[in-house]
Design a protein around this ligand. Structure first.
Ligand code: CDP
Length: 217
């Protein structure tokens, strides 16, 4: 039985952590679609044409470890404005979303363009300052130095590019549940997301993980 959970939102709002935790909770597969754009962006850094790179992309290119840096993130948001790049990546994302057993798909346009029929949609936000602090801490942990000001400037630039592009701009689907994680711990944000998904599952008669069928409604 397919059940798609679409999770969208801007950089460093907590989407990735929440998506992995929600997928674990329900035993669903998880696709971080940012990795597709990052993989294409990374190829353009060595001069490859972005549309050719998107058309040639294979699952083995989605190596999260190698694609995490700021330069790749920036290249990703530049190739993500190109309509033919986005079009080349649609089928893979839709096939993943509709797999039986359930899927969590996170990105920028999942609830609006890739899976407008998703059974549950979440839009995860946080203030730019909080997001910059989180991303800065993450980079330091990985030994990648950058000042907080530089990270905040990069977040603003990427938000602007992601929200103002003509093709699949970042915006919540009309029926998305909004979760602002600015003042939430990871556990609180995951609990809010899980609860929102369970409400959709109950409403659609989808079987909840064992023991939760009669939970608070
Ligand atoms: O992890 P972070 O939120 O910083 O970025 P990401 O999710 O890996 O996405 C990197 C870039 O890819 C974004 O800034 C978007 O421009 C683009 N992207 C997109 O356009 N559509 C998606 N579904 C996912 C990512």
């Amino acid at each position: 039985m397919a059940f798609t959970i679409a999770i969208d939102g801007p950089a460093a709002a907590g989407k990735g952590t929440i998506s992995r935790a929600v997928a674990d909770h329900f035993g669903f597969a998880h696709l971080d679609t940012g990795l597709l754009y990052r993989a294409v962006g990374a190829r353009t850094l060595d001069g490859t044409d972005p549309i050719a790179a998107a058309r040639a992309l294979v699952a083995a290119d989605l190596d999260a470890g190698a694609l995490r840096g700021q330069a790749v993130a920036d290249a990703a948001s530049k190739v993500a404005v190109i309509a033919d790049v986005r079009a080349a990546l649609v089928d893979f994302q839709r096939a993943f979303a509709l797999r039986s057993g359930g899927a969590v798909v996170d990105g920028r346009d999942i609830g609006t363009v890739i899976c407008p029929e998703a059974e549950a949609k979440l839009f995860i936000t946080a203030s730019p300052e909080v997001r910059a602090e989180r991303r800065h801490a993450e980079l330091l942990e990985r030994g990648q130095g950058a000042t907080l000001d530089a990270v905040l400037a990069e977040i603003h630039a990427r938000d602007e590019r992601d929200m103002s592009r003509a093709e699949a701009p970042l915006r919540p689907a009309p029926d998305a549940v909004m979760i602002d994680t600015s003042a939430m711990s990871i556990a609180e944000a995951v609990a809010a997301a899980t609860e929102a998904v369970e409400q959709r599952m109950r409403a659609r008669g989808y079987p909840l993980p064992s023991g939760q069928q009669d939970g608070n409604q």
